[in-house]
Design a binder for this molecule. Structure first.
Ligand code: IMP
Length: 430
């Protein structure tokens, strides 16, 4: 295998950053293909924490090429800040190590303003977005009014598009959303500054990847968010605005389906979700609180407390099918130490009907009853364990039951946040 896709199989925050960071050791090129700075991947190396939002999580390995594909929506301000922070740590010193697609769309200040104002107006019915302008930017892309990096490189084209868009967005902001309007000149000046910083990185990344894959270079595609947040296959409308499934690699990085050789699904050993929307196995009592506290379940980007619940095999099964997952990485299993009994959701039931896969209706998802199976817990701390055999018997039983329910082998188990706190059941992925 020379290309591997890593995707989240739940509602995001599965620990993809850590897994990508680990796999990046073996890869030559790491690629983001969707989403934007709504993602926040936390990397802990040598006890030091780094959060990346737009730059692929492999950036901490020297000499690896990081690619931001055309399917990503880029906030250039966040990207410049991220480059600055990483360069202060001695990463990304060579500009050729970061490549940005010339056809990636730019998040503009009006996108963020619209995102925030709309959520405010939605009140109780809000989606709980990250407020980063992700949805409004993808809307403009589909409406064919978006601004791309290739436009930013040409002052006249950028100026014309910005003026046209601002006129429309300002009337939407003031008349419909009852919010403040934005001025042209400060945006133009700021974006010119960002252009000067980012222009050396802008290129045809689709062609670059095609040529590198043809040469046999190892490419890792890093998904953001999770399958249940996919705009088509997730718990609509409580989803993000991009396709998060593995198939999105083709459109979001500009490569052909035959060029994808393997898919790794990342799942927490339990379930979390941020923002609004259905969550069948959510825990509202002290058990959920324990998971939140022990797992440090607070959003990387927004700091919001994450909703916590039991492992949901229906979600994982559906996601495994949609993504064509070959193997699973199970993260944060150490957080489950101390529960005398664990529950795993094996199916749903609604009005006498049994569901083995996630139903489409948000209404059904809100009202269904999860069917649980109980498994014995374990009290031992797992963080120092490095082999499957050394895990407590009940932990192994828990992992095996998940494999059976989802019908996918678990090849990696994460027992702590650090790079080294990992059990690799099959050490190589390429
Ligand atoms: P948006 O992507 O900011 O539009 O937010 C839409 C939904 O996706 C909200 O429920 C967010 O909390 C969720 N979301 C977006 N990005 C992430 C992520 O990286 N991890 C987890 N949830 C996310």
């Amino acid at each position: 295998m020379s290309t591997v896709v890593v995707v989240g199989v739940q509602w995001g925050d599965e620990g993809k950053g850590k897994v990508v960071d680990l796999l990046a050791r073996e890869a030559d090129i790491i690629v983001r293909f969707q989403g934007g700075s709504n993602a926040g991947h936390t990397l802990v190396v040598g006890g030091k924490k780094t959060v990346v939002r737009l730059i692929p999580s492999g950036v901490l390995h020297s000499g690896k090429v990081c690619v931001i594909g055309n399917g990503v929506v880029v906030d250039p301000e966040t990207l410049v800040e991220e480059i600055d922070t990483l360069q202060q740590q001695g990463c990304l010193m060579d500009p050729s190590l970061l490549k940005i697609s010339e056809t990636a769309h730019l998040i503009m200040p009006y996108h963020k303003a619209i995102d925030i104002a709309r959520e405010r107006l939605r009140g109780e019915g809000k989606i709980g977005t990250t407020g980063r302008g992700i949805g409004p930017t993808y809307e403009d892309k589909m409406a064919r009014g978006g601004i791309r990096f290739v436009d930013l490189l040409d002052d006249d084209i950028f100026s014309e598009k910005l003026k046209r868009n601002l006129q429309e967005k300002n009337s939407y902001l003031s008349v419909i959303l009852k919010d403040q309007t934005l001025e042209y000149q400060p945006i133009f000046d700021n974006y010119r500054r960002f252009r000067d910083r980012l222009a050396p990185h802008v290129t045809n990344t689709s062609l670059y990847l095609h040529n590198e894959i043809a040469r046999g270079r190892k490419v890792l595609f890093e998904g953001a968010q999770g399958t249940m947040l996919d705009i088509d296959h997730g718990t609509y409308p409580y989803v993000t605005s991009s396709n998060t499934v593995a198939g999105a690699v083709c459109t979001g990085a500009g490569i052909a389906p035959q060029q994808i050789h393997g898919v790794i699904g990342i799942s927490k050993a339990y379930t979390t979700r941020v923002g609004s929307g259905p969550f069948p196995t959510e825990l509202f009592g002290p058990e959920g609180e324990t998971i939140r506290r022990k797992g440090g379940e607070f959003g990387t980007v927004t700091g919001r407390p994450r909703r916590c619940g039991w492992f949901d095999a229906v979600v994982a099964r559906t996601a495994a099918r949609l993504n064509g997952v070959n193997s699973f990485a199970l993260t944060k299993i150490d957080v489950l130490s101390g529960f005398s009994t664990l529950r795993v959701c094996t199916a749903y039931e609604y009005k006498g009907k049994r569901y083995e896969e996630v139903p489409a209706s948000a209404n059904v998802l809100e009202q269904l009853t999860p069917i649980y199976e109980e498994l014995p817990g374990w009290s031992e701390q797992l963080t120092d364990i490095r082999s499957l055999d050394a895990l407590p018997a009940n932990t192994r039983r828990y992992v095996e039951r998940i494999e059976q329910l989802v019908n996918v082998p678990v090849k990696m188990i994460s027992v702590g946040a650090g790079r080294e706190e990992t059990i690799l059941i099959r050490p190589t992925f390429f």
